[in-house]
Design a protein around this ligand. Structure first.
Ligand code: B12
Ligand code: SF4
Length: 470
């Protein structure tokens, strides 16, 4: 007799399945907090489908620990939908093959970032029956109702503004799949990840960042769309708070600190209209902090923006130019000194000081040891920081990614878009140098020109622990 725990049982309500993607086991025994974030693309599209009377079941590769476990739940579905990103592509591929083995007549319908930037790769796989490039909100209902009416690869249709998006029904998100995890997860909100008190509400206020950094440049493949009105964002947070109780907020926008008029309205309304002044995590750029320092400071002090994510990436002008970051060493230093000062003042007033979530890239092709020392030196100038360090990864979709893939220099094949923190990603990069750098071998070099206090920051090995998947 097969035995299964109640939280593992799968109750079938539909013959259409949405498969949430991620590493096996991430919703059972997660190795870190960020693997547990929920997928807003899935949430949005399932909400739209359900509102239109099309019910779907949900399964997740993250909620099982083996492919056999997933296989047992697949028989009988006539359709499977997936949001495929480059970093979930290997899992999507395996899941599609498994689904078709079990349901040879079933259809696999896909969309998402990887479908948008690497459709050729997906087209070569017969198990993907439909591949939607681009936004799916205005096409998903027709597609699921009548997939035969669509060619195999086709462009999506998006809304003009995020004001048109319905509020996500978060109960359509997958549940944590172990009783222990359920106790700390706060489903359908999300668990604490060290950024603010739980339950955590993740939210999007903008869809795309207009800058063109060569390792990212999502503006080239995500169509521009209007930002979600401030009132709608606050209404959603208040609704979630009334229903589930919100502890803190993560604004998942690629770039929160854009459109000063939207930010000014947020500054005026969030403290006044939100049920509580929840602390939040959100992203900015060093050059815009320098451009609008008063607005930046007011947002920190008055709206409780206490974790500021900045893609500093490098402390060297040479590399920043190569990345088309449009930020300089001076911009970076300006933002660092400003946040150090605001933090000191708030601390002196007995308030919790704001911190940086500092995104740093190492191993950028063309980077010299001196460039990398400058980057580590920059990091040490930050008084209060969570470093998030990654080795540069050549993702398809980005200009530099496409270039390195075309030159045969990318080590990220379709079987290992999946990343581990210390994965080697580009041919010709001396990763041993970077491992030594993070282990503290070059600290004397890095500490040159720093004050005594700055030198003490980032004791040996700390930065090695800050290395994240990328
Ligand atoms: C929030 C976010 C995260 C969060 C949470 C991720 C999550 N669980 O969803 C966090 C911080 C954890 C994260 C991490 C990373 N992320 Co991220 N992330 C984003 C971000 C900013 C928003 C994602 C989102 O919710 N979008 C809104 C929803 C509505 O859009 P969507 O999911 O794409 O869905 C739409 C369409 O794709 C389509 N669609 C989707 N599915 C389907 C299915 C069908 C059938 C159809 C028809 C259509 C369709 O319709 C939807 C509505 O329009 C995007 C950038 C962006 N602006 O989208 C990057 C992005 C997805 N991330 C990216 C990357 C590279 C990463 C990291 C590897 C970054 C890093 N260097 O460390 C890590 C890896 C994470 C991991 N799991 O290991 C890349 C992916 C590039 C690619 N080629 O796939 C993006 C595009 C950013 C970028 N420009 O580089 N990320
Ligand atoms: S790296 Fe940041 S600033 Fe640059 S394009 Fe991407 S989201 Fe925008």
């Amino acid at each position: 007799m097969k035995f299964s725990f109640p939280w593992q049982r799968h109750r079938r309500t539909s013959d259409i399945l949405w498969l949430d993607l991620g590493d096996l086991g991430d919703l059972v025994h997660p190795s870190g907090p960020h693997e547990q974030w929920q997928d807003h693309g899935l949430g949005l599209l399932r909400t739209i489908l359900h509102r239109n009377g099309i019910h779907t079941d949900i399964l997740s590769t993250r909620a099982v620990t083996s492919w056999e476990q997933l296989a047992r739940k697949l028989p009988g579905y006539r359709m499977m939908l997936m949001n495929v990103r480059s970093y979930t592509y290997p899992v999507a591929l395996k899941a599609a093959q498994l689904f078709k083995e079990i349901n040879p007549q079933g259809l696999v319908l896909t969309g998402g970032m990887h479908a948008t930037v690497a459709p050729d790769e997906m087209e070569a796989v017969p198990q993907f029956d439909r591949i939607c490039m681009g936004p799916g909100e205005n096409i998903i209902v027709d597609l699921v109702r009548d997939p035969q009416a669509f060619p195999r690869v086709f462009p999506g249709k998006g809304a003009r503004s995020m004001a048109e998006w319905p509020m996500i029904d978060r109960e359509l998100w997958p549940k944590p799949a172990h009783w222990k995890l359920r106790r700390t997860f706060h489903w359908p909100l999300e668990p604490e990840c060290g950024w603010g008190p739980p339950p955590v509400a993740t939210i999007l206020t903008s869809r795309v960042c207009p800058w063109q950094c060569v390792f990212c440049n999502e503006a080239s493949y995500i169509p521009m769309m209007g930002r979600r009105p401030v009132d709608m964002v606050i209404d959603e947070l208040n609704y979630l708070d009334d229903r589930y109780g919100v502890g803190s907020v993560v604004i998942h926008d690629s770039m929160f600190f854009q459109n000063p008029s939207w930010l000014e309205e947020w500054l005026e309304k969030y403290p006044r209209r939100a049920n509580k002044l929840w602390p939040y995590w959100a992203a900015a750029r060093a050059d815009t902090v320098r451009q609008w320092p008063d607005l930046f400071e007011a947002l920190i002090r008055e709206t409780n923006w206490n974790l500021i994510s900045i893609g500093f990436e490098s402390g060297s002008d040479r590399i920043l130019r190569l990345l088309n970051k449009e930020c300089t060493e001076e911009d970076n230093l300006f933002a660092i000194e400003l946040l150090n000062r605001i933090g000191d003042e708030m601390e002196a007033q007995g308030k919790e000081p704001p911190k940086f979530w500092s995104n740093i890239m190492l191993g950028i092709p063309g980077e010299t040891p001196e460039d990398a020392f400058k980057t580590m030196r920059m990091l040490k100038r930050m008084k209060r920081v969570f470093p998030s360090i990654s080795y540069y990864a050549p993702y398809p979709g980005s200009a530099l990614g496409f270039q390195l893939i075309a030159e045969g220099k990318s080590l990220m094949s379709k079987d290992n878009y999946h990343r581990y923190p210390d994965d080697e990603k580009v041919k010709g990069v001396d990763y041993q140098f970077y491992r030594d750098l993070l282990a503290g071998k070059y600290d004397d070099e890095i500490n040159k020109g720093l004050t005594e206090e700055e030198r003490r920051r980032g004791y040996q090995g700390l930065y090695a622990q800050a290395l994240v998947k990328a």
